[in-house]
Ligand binder design. Structure first.
Ligand code: SF4
Length: 208
């Protein structure tokens, strides 16, 4: 079954998307945080990076999208989710009438792990205070964890991704709602799961 954006929006009775307070000033230390990340040498990943990947999009977004770590293309371009997986993420957002300018997209880690190794616990522990500060500044209404590793960190659990996708969770003491979906790279390997991912995005839209 192929579901278009129009199908979803019509089924949900959605007409427009409201951005949150886009005229507000960016918090004073947002740029300082960006500089801190760019200069960080706290874990060994800084040795192999071309540049850090801070994140992209609206620093006042209602939705933050969080993946696990920059890939090689992202390391070269300094942007999260580029290449084929990035195009698929863009399509997933477009299905609920959003673009990457409307949301804020980042990763647990800000540096590319060589050989695309899965983020190590020590790397996550060292780097995710930056993510926590980004979340504190953006103050999103909803976090979307894409992929198992991001979900496990945000929710402090090891439960299977398919189990986590089924409900709304909450992040830390702030209790920001969290939804979970597949990583776009995983969807490229298993296209049959795309329809489930778009259903996850429907839930995101409903919560927003
Ligand atoms: Fe610093 Fe994070 Fe890069 Fe490690 S991955 S060097 S903690 S910015």
């Amino acid at each position: 079954m192929t579901l278009s954006r129009h199908d979803y929006l019509r089924a949900m009775g959605i007409d427009t998307w409201q951005l949150k307070n886009t005229s507000a000033a960016i918090p004073d230390d947002w740029d300082g945080l960006r500089r801190e990340v760019a200069a960080c040498t706290a874990c060994p990943l800084h040795h192999g990076r071309s540049q850090t990947v801070f994140g992209t999009g609206n620093p006042h977004a209602r939705l933050m999208v969080i993946g696990e770590a920059p890939g090689a293309h992202e390391d070269r371009q300094g942007e999260p989710f580029v290449g084929a997986a990035g195009q698929l993420l863009d399509a997933m957002l477009a299905a609920i009438q959003l673009s990457r300018r409307d949301v804020f997209i980042t990763h647990l880690l800000k540096c590319h792990p060589p050989e695309n190794h899965a983020p190590l616990p020590a790397e996550i522990a060292q780097c995710t205070p930056f993510l926590a500060r980004q979340i504190a500044h953006v103050k999103p209404d909803l976090l979307l964890a894409v992929g198992r590793i991001a979900a496990h960190h945000l929710l402090n659990t090891q439960m299977p991704l398919d189990t986590l996708r089924e409900k709304t969770h909450h992040y830390g003491e702030t209790r920001i709602p969290v939804r979970v979906t597949y990583h776009p790279a995983e969807l490229l390997r298993n296209p049959a799961d795309k329809v489930h991912a778009f259903m996850d995005l429907q839930q995101v839209w409903r919560l927003l």
